[in-house]
Ligand binder design. Structure first.
Ligand code: FAD
Ligand code: UDP
Length: 389
């Protein structure tokens, strides 16, 4: 067959592991993806307005992991970009995460000062407090503020995004966007925050540019890989090399134990005939009346000093993932029942000796891209040891 490894999926998980195997181990890798593009959900392209847009939702690179930053920066040029998000909160436009400025914009001066003083005294400046914890606070003023933020920032956004209330979903999800006792209005506080000059797709091209890597797009693993008696067959011949799979695990096993739940999104792109549509890259709509969760205006985040007369925006409409429809499993829904089912699939996967899982789908974790790359780099160390040993 001529290759030592097969990688299924060419998002950051697949591209990272393929790049390492090809360039460090000097082994042949076949990379397959069912889409007709590389990059997985990071895929971007320049649209008819001359704007670099992200096909699968807005993707901001941010990390505290130095190893991930050092790894990625080799594959292209990056420019410094710190993401800012505003939200339409009870009719006012305020920073998200909800912070000191948001309080000042939401309440009259006297009340705002009182609330800020209490928060600074109780929690300290620059502290981040998950909304579900803030709601448990006995102090009357804090409780009133917590209810205001819960209702106007979290409740309807979360209902739209997950089809459930913030109390019903994994608390780690809403913890991603805490209440912040700070004037810092950046969406992330990570040490490294950059965007790729010219886009992510270019970064992927550079990662995959090796004579040791063969890429086959429009190739679904279910058509070329089969498992029988815990052995993997590629195009009907037993494959003795290693397979790294980054797709959904329930799909790999043909849903034989049941389908794992995911949330999906519909993206609505719109071309606007003016230079800018909104003040920042993302405006959230945690409102009851709007069906979408957020509007992204790409030129703020993807292009340095963009000079175009037109702009492109995108609205996100969350929906259920349905494996029989043409939508994509973007978000694993992490809860005890779903993890039980996932672990049953994992048991089956672990019986196949030469089969490895990485990525947001294959690990069924709400990973940001930096954590996916980190998982791939960790797996590479293991593969390297196996190769060297
Ligand atoms: P993917 O990018 O999903 O790649 C998996 C690939 O496998 C796909 O190309 C798919 O076609 C292919 N595949 C699947 N099954 C098969 C099969 N059976 N056969 C062949 N190919 C298959 N992270 C951040 O760090 N910052 C952000 O701002 C950010 N924003 C996000 C916004 C949205 C709307 C979403 C959904 C995610 C966001 N993320 C963000 C998370 C980020 O997208 C993921 O962490 C990362 O893209 C996951 O990489 P991956 O390789 O695991 O999966
Ligand atoms: N969230 C919210 N209101 C907001 C922003 C976020 O309720 O204005 C909640 C919501 O449950 C969301 C979660 O916090 O799913 C995580 O938000 P994040 O922006 O990290 O989501 P992602 O970019 O991964 O879709």
């Amino acid at each position: 067959m001529g290759f030592d490894y097969i990688v299924v999926g060419v998002g950051f998980a697949g591209a990272t592991i393929a790049e390492r195997i090809a360039n460090v181990l000097n082994k042949k890798v076949l990379v397959i993806d069912k889409r007709d593009t590389i990059g997985g959900n990071m895929y971007d392209y320049t649209d008819e307005n001359g704007i670099l847009v992200h096909k699968y939702g807005p993707h901001l690179f941010h990390t505290n992991l130095e190893n991930v930053y050092n790894y990625l920066k080799k594959f292209g040029e990056w420019f410094f970009y710190e993401h800012r998000v505003l939200g339409k909160v009870n009719g006012k436009i305020v920073p998200i995460p909800f912070n000191i400025t948001s309080i000042e914009k939401s309440f009259d001066k006297e009340k705002a000062n009182k609330l800020i003083n209490i928060l600074e005294k109780e929690f300290g400046k620059e502290k981040k407090i998950p909304i579900l914890e803030l709601r448990k606070y006995p102090d009357k003023d804090i409780n009133e503020l917590a209810e205001y933020i819960y209702e106007n920032v979290f409740l309807y956004y979360t209902m739209k995004q997950w089809g459930q209330t913030p109390d019903e979903i994994d608390p780690n999800v809403t913890n991603r966007v805490p209440v912040f006792v700070s004037e810092d209005d950046r969406y992330f506080q990570d040490k490294y925050q950059f965007m790729p000059k010219g886009g992510y797709t270019k970064i992927f091209e550079n990662m995959l540019n090796s004579n040791n890597i063969e890429i086959r797009l429009n190739t679904d693993s279910k058509d070329v890989l089969k498992v029988k008696d815990n052995k993997i067959y590629f195009e009907d011949k037993e494959f003795k090399g290693k397979v790294i799979y980054t797709g959904a695990l329930d799909e790999f096993f043909d849903y034989e134990l049941g389908a794992l739940p995911y949330r999906s999104l519909d993206f609505e792109f719109e071309s606007i005939n003016k230079e800018y549509y909104q003040e920042v890259g993302t405006v959230n709509y945690p409102t009851k009346e709007d069906k979408f969760t957020r509007i992204t205006e790409f030129k703020h985040m993807t292009m340095e000093n963009a000079k175009t007369d037109k702009t492109t925006i995108m609205r996100e409409y969350p929906c259920n993932y349905d494996k029989d429809k043409d939508n994509i499993p973007y978000y694993p829904i992490v809860n005890d029942d779903n993890m039980d089912l996932y672990n049953k699939y994992l048991e089956k996967a672990n019986k196949i000796n030469n089969f490895y899982l990485i990525g947001r789908l294959a690990q069924y974790k709400y990973f940001n891209m930096d954590l996916v790359i980190n998982e791939a780099l960790k797996l590479f160390e293991k593969l390297k040891e196996e190769n060297d040993g």
